[in-house]
Design a protein around this ligand. Structure first.
Ligand code: AMP
Length: 283
């Protein structure tokens, strides 16, 4: 496994792999790797891709009062996990490599960025889309792997790829959870023991929505109530948003027809967690 720190390293390594007839898979991450990340790596390996994992805590996607400075950066452990997972290249650039002196071009994806995380975190998706397009340009992958944990991010990237004619395939992966249901996240490390317990309320609330739908609730107000009742009963939890939306447009729905996405952002103490569940269809 190679650890690349510069774009020039990639320009040497990736064409050589393609020369050998390999397809290339990119798994973009901010590091502090957990089993959720590893499931994306696994997907890439299963496709037979020459697998590149980027580890970069991207400053442009954090707001001024967010956790950029304290975001965990266990780079040595991450490199080891990648090695064990059979990754071919870890791309771990510095901020200067990604944003050199004079940098000034950003990607603004319209529409799907206006709500949920986009509304709660102004500028977040501009930073995400910009860094992801830069990673696509640096790696030139055949496929790129994204988790449905960040469902809106997945939709933003899909739209960017469509709108800007980026030649690659986006492969979504289901949410990977702890045995007790908590969606895996690098930010779970911030949770104190009693908060870790309280954080289970997100998954409980999403399951309550699923149950309500199964029992015949189809209106969004009813689904919303099923979710918010559960979260409000947890003293350590504070709702940032509960959204009952169309899984493609992310627009609010009145009544569920086939599928609905329930998306949550909840504060547990000082830690902001997101989670979501796709309900309906054939599930
Ligand atoms: P992050 O390092 O948090 O930016 O995440 C990097 C990628 O891993 C994104 O595509 C995330 O959606 C994905 N990811 C993070 N947590 C999970 C999870 N629990 N299950 C599946 N994918 C995840």
């Amino acid at each position: 496994m190679e650890v690349a720190k510069r774009i020039e390293d990639l320009r040497r390594i990736i064409p050589a792999a393609k020369q050998e007839g390999r397809t290339v898979g990119l798994v973009p991450t901010m590091g502090a790797l957990h089993a959720g990340h590893l499931s994306l790596i696994q997907n890439s390996k299963e496709h037979g891709d020459f697998t590149v994992v980027s580890v970069f805590v991207n400053p442009t996607q954090f707001g001024p009062n967010e956790d950029y400075a304290r975001y965990p950066r266990p780079i040595e452990a991450d490199i080891e996990k990648c090695r064990e997972a059979g990754v071919d290249v870890v791309f771990a650039p510095s901020v200067d490599v990604m944003y050199p002196e004079g940098f000034g071009t950003y990607v603004d994806v319209e529409g799907v960025t206006s709500m949920l995380e986009g509304a709660a975190r102004p500028g977040h998706f501009r930073g995400v889309a910009t860094v992801v397009l830069k990673l696509f340009a640096a790696v030139e992958p055949t496929r790129a792997y994204f988790g449905m944990k960040d469902y809106q991010q997945l939709k933003v990237i899909e739209k960017m790829v469509r709108d800007l004619n980026v030649k690659l395939e986006i492969v979504p992966a289901p949410i990977f959870r702890e045995p007790d249901g908590l969606a895996m996240s690098s930010r779970n490390a911030y949770l104190k023991p009693e908060e870790r317990q309280a954080a289970l309320v997100l998954y409980r609330a999403l399951n309550a929505a699923k149950e309500a739908v199964k029992n015949g609730t189809k209106d969004s107000a009813g689904i919303y109530r099923a979710v918010s009742d559960i979260i409000e009963a947890e003293p350590l939890a504070e709702i940032d948003y509960v959204a009952v939306i169309d899984p493609e447009t992310l627009a609010p729905i009145d009544k569920m027809v086939d599928k609905v996405l329930v998306a949550l952002a909840v504060r547990i103490g000082s830690v902001r967690l997101i989670d979501n569940m796709l309900i309906g269809g054939n599930k």
